[in-house]
Design a protein. Structure first.
Ligand SMILES: Nc1ncnc2c1ncn2[C@@H]1O[C@H](COP(=O)(O)OP(=O)(O)OP(=O)(O)O)[C@@H](O)[C@H]1O
Ligand SMILES: [Mg+2]
Length: 408
């Protein structure tokens, strides 16, 4: 861990609960495995039972065919063969020609005898794939039990067993679907709540700044009429501060409402922001602005908010370079009505494992950071400009490039 001290103290309430998420996922996987495993045990034992029933069926058949004493046989036959009303069975002769069947619904519904035999022959092939047929040896009792032929009993698992095999999958997918819907609903209501907080707070800030600001402006006007301040720096300095406060107010009021997007020339907008920033950072930071294929690239932006984005990205870049280096801003016209703005620095880079976290609220590696700059940037680009922002590349001790994609 690179910044243990800071990470422990920063915005605990914003810490994401990803550990908890993994525990839930793990439990869900365990439940799924357990449920499938348990059903497979039940299915196996049921399968075994069905197999034994069919064996019994075959033995009875063999017995019935070979003994003609009818004493108790009807009873056994009824008990076993007739009582089987779930397992589909077909009896065929040595040549595989079906003769009788039980629980083969399609064959029972056949209109003609030929159709019935055809259906049975087809079903029989399916059955053969599932289970080896059971051989019934036919003997002649009167001729010293000499073998006279064979019968084959083909069978399939009952519908109940088939349903049971699929049951856990159906059950789990229903539960999964329900979980997914609940998760989406929960997430969207949470982000709606976050939106309300952002918007409300921003609106309130803009509103509160308004009062002292207009009072300050009135004071400046008053001072201008006073000869004592005529040649001092006070009035221009105050005016600068007022401008700065006005800028902050307009940013907050824009983020607190549905901001108006206007088609602006990006080069001009960026040049303005850079010249503002250049005055405020060390002279050892060099800004390079370029546009391809030419400077006439327009995009729909809200100027105060977009300036805020660039300012935040450049401030991070300056921090990453410890005040010395080059910030290069490239505007690129892409296909399909898209414009890209790449902001590169020659700073210390972002460790690979942290690239995924930089946009998270509260993530910071700085002593005096809040970890909110990039959260705001992402919000402005994605929610207010329906654009995209991501770390395009970053190499330790070489530099980082952030890319913004905007619509024309
Ligand atoms: N250009 C960059 N080069 C290297 N690391 C960066 C760069 N930009 C952002 N980071 C990393 O991402 C973190 C989060 O940036 P973010 O702007 O959200 O917060 P912050 O700058 O730490 O605090 P603040 O809320 O004051 O902006 C930074 O602390 C830094 O570790
Ligand atoms: Mg920052």
């Amino acid at each position: 861990m690179q910044y243990p001290l800071k990470e422990a103290t920063t915005l605990e309430f914003y810490k994401d609960n990803s550990n908890f998420k993994w525990v839930v996922v793990l439990i869900a996987i365990l439940i799924s495995i357990g449920s499938i495993y348990y059903t497979s045990i039940v299915v196996e034992s049921l399968k075994d039972r069905e197999k034994r029933l069919i064996d019994l069926f075959a033995n009875t058949l063999e017995y019935t065919a070979n003994e003609d004493g009818e004493s108790n046989l009807t009873f056994i036959f009824d008990e076993i063969i007739v009582a089987n009303n779930s397992i589909p069975v077909i009896i065929a002769d040595e040549f595989g020609i079906p003769s009788q069947s039980k629980n083969v619904k399609k064959a029972d519904e056949a209109k003609t005898e030929r159709e019935r035999i055809r259906i049975l022959a087809e079903t029989l092939k399916d059955m053969e794939k599932d289970h080896e047929p059971i051989v019934v040896t036919l003997r002649n009792k009167n001729k010293n039990y000499e073998i006279t032929g064979y019968n084959y009993i083909y069978y399939q698992n009952s519908d109940l067993l088939k349903q049971l095999t699929y049951y856990p999958y159906i059950q789990l997918s229903v539960i999964f679907l329900f979980g997914l819907i609940a998760y989406i609903a929960f997430n969207s209501s949470r982000s709606a709540e976050q939106n309300r907080v952002w918007v409300g707070l921003a609106k309130e800030t803009a509103h509160q700044l308004g009062t002292p600001l207009s009072s300050l402006m009135a004071w400046v006007e008053y001072f201008k009429t006073d000869d004592r301040f005529k040649d001092s720096d006070i009035i221009p300095e105050l005016n600068k501060d007022i401008e700065r406060l006005e800028m902050i107010t307009s940013r907050f009021s824009n983020i607190g409402s549905v901001p108006q997007l206007n088609e602006e020339n990006l080069y001009d907008a960026l040049e303005e922001t850079i010249s503002y920033l250049q005055k405020r950072v060390s002279t050892r930071v060099k800004f390079i602005l370029s546009a391809f294929p030419n400077k006439d690239i327009k995009a729909d932006i809200n100027k105060p908010l977009f300036a805020w984005v660039v300012e935040n990205l450049c401030k991070n870049a300056v921090d990453a370079m410890s005040g010395t280096g080059t910030i290069e801003i490239k505007i690129l016209k892409a296909n399909e009505g898209k414009v890209m703005v790449d902001i590169s620095d020659t700073g210390k880079g972002i460790p690979k494992s942290k690239i995924g976290s930089v946009f998270q609220p509260g993530y910071t590696s700085k002593k005096r950071g809040w970890g909110l700059g990039l959260t705001l940037v992402k919000r402005i680009i994605e929610n207010y400009h329906t654009g995209k922002i991501f770390v395009k590349s970053s190499e330790l001790d070489k530099g980082t490039t952030f890319r913004i994609v905007l619509k024309v």
